[in-house]
Design a protein around this ligand. Structure first.
Ligand code: HAM
Length: 415
């Protein structure tokens, strides 16, 4: 058997430069979540497969085409999570978290979707997201959108645009779906709709509006709009969301054909696009899903949330001129003629919590001093048998300390 020395398509190794960007994106996001009062939750990377059918919807690309499913030794059918919302809803029901509302939850997760890989579209990717449980009010929609916007801006992503729409409630969609089906029927009969859309028409015609096939896209463009079928409650909810967004100075476009690729949404849906990018320029997607918890076996709990794609956020940061997050330089470089002495000194300083570097390549003392400067360290500590020589590499000031003066050395460095 030949071994394949490359990662499977649609996956990426995280080398240190990339991981620094990722950790930065995550820490900016988690800082914002703290300011908005969100608590972090973890759920398993795999769940029972049927959970996603019930949550995301059986007639969606994610469930029909993209789930990674497998059967374990007990014969259980499991699936790697394609997104975070459904697993969190399951956890909220399982732990009866809905008994204390609101619950403001955030997460950073790895997701898996069997998609055709391209730039910004991976099979293993990472999401950071937030879900606000318990409020049916449009203020919650606006606040969640504000959290996403603030986090994306704080990452340094420029050229952001926000698209919003309302998908109404079950009642609004009933009337719309009849009209939409009547509109789509001639295209299905004439063969202009792709076979997937034709097969979905009777089961979930809304999905036709989200098809990526160019011919279906053109048909969807002229289709009747769901927003024209909103009941007065849903219309007023949408108007209030817009008013609250205006109040916090977040600009938006109403995109009447925005449907989103998951079935659980009611009322508000939204996406943030960055730069000129097409589908993979969507850095964030979200919306309200008031029916999901009940559909999954819990009580009625209104929820609104979103997820940001970390890899796409990083692409957008680079497009905005943030090429990299520089590595932290060492605080101190420990040099010595005797490598064992350098090792001992570095160990003492590390034990006191300092980032200490030392040579591992067999450099002589002079070369170690040069390496200290090029490492960006602020201090050079040269260890000899009788003393520690401490040099501030920014000012050039030097100080001699006794050979056992490590606590004093650390104190001076820390000051
Ligand atoms: P989504 O739109 O499927 O929504 O994904 C959210 C974000 O994840 C996208 O905007 C994109 O940035 C990123 N993403 C999605 N698929 C890929 C992929 N194959 N490769 C790279 N990045 C990708 C959800 O997942 C919902 N759970 C969001 C949500 C939370 N709605 C309410 N709460």
């Amino acid at each position: 058997m030949t071994s394949r020395i490359f990662a499977p398509p649609g996956t990426q190794d995280g080398l240190p430069e990339e991981i620094r960007m990722k950790r930065y994106v995550e820490s900016v996001f988690m800082d914002q979540c703290r300011c908005f009062g969100y608590g972090e939750v973890h759920t398993p990377v795999f769940e029972y497969g049927e959970l996603f059918e019930r949550g995301v919807g059986p007639v969606t690309d994610i469930v029909e085409k993209e789930l990674y499913t497998f059967t374990d030794k007990q014969g259980e059918s499991l699936a790697l999570r394609p997104e975070g919302t459904t697993g969190i809803a399951r956890a909220v029901i399982q732990h009866e978290m809905y008994k204390v509302l609101p619950q403001k939850l955030c997460y950073k997760i790895t997701c898996y979707r069997q998609e055709d890989p391209e730039k910004g579209r991976l099979r293993e990717f990472h999401q950071i997201g937030a879900e606000c449980y318990g409020s049916p009010n449009p203020q919650a929609d606006a606040e969640v959108i504000t959290l996403a916007y603030t986090a994306l801006r704080a990452m340094g992503i420029g050229n952001l645009s926000l698209n919003i729409n309302s998908l109404g409630c079950d009642g609004c969609r009933l009337g719309y779906i009849n009209t939409l089906t009547r509109y789509l029927l001639p295209y299905a009969n004439s063969g202009e709709l792709c076979p997937t859309c034709v097969s979905r028409m009777s089961r979930n015609p809304l999905r036709v509006m989200d098809c990526k096939n160019p011919s279906c896209k053109a048909i969807a463009k002229n289709a009747p709009k769901l927003i024209d079928f909103l009941c007065s409650d849903c219309r007023s909810h949408f108007e209030t969301v817009k008013r609250h967004l205006k109040a916090v100075g977040i600009g938006f476009n109403v995109k009447e054909h925005l449907i989103r690729g998951l079935d659980y949404y009611d009322r508000t849906v939204f996406e943030f696009k960055a730069g000129e990018g097409g589908a993979t320029g969507t850095v964030c997607g979200g919306g309200r899903y008031d029916g999901l918890v009940k559909r999954m076996g819990g009580p009625h709990v209104p929820v609104v949330g979103f997820a940001i794609g970390e890899e796409r956020a990083i692409i957008s940061m680079r497009e905005s001129g943030i090429e990299e997050i520089p590595a932290e330089p060492p605080l101190v470089y420990v040099a010595a003629m005797d490598p064992a002495a350098a090792g001992r000194g570095a160990a003492r300083l590390r034990g006191l919590g300092l980032y200490a570097e030392r040579d591992l390549m067999g450099l002589d003392l002079n070369s170690q001093r040069t390496a200290a400067k090029s490492s960006g360290a602020s201090w050079l500590v040269t260890v000899s048998e009788n003393e520690i020589c401490l040099k501030n590499l920014k000012t050039g000031a030097e100080l001699l300390l006794p050979a056992d003066g490590w606590d004093e050395t650390a104190r001076i460095i820390n000051d």
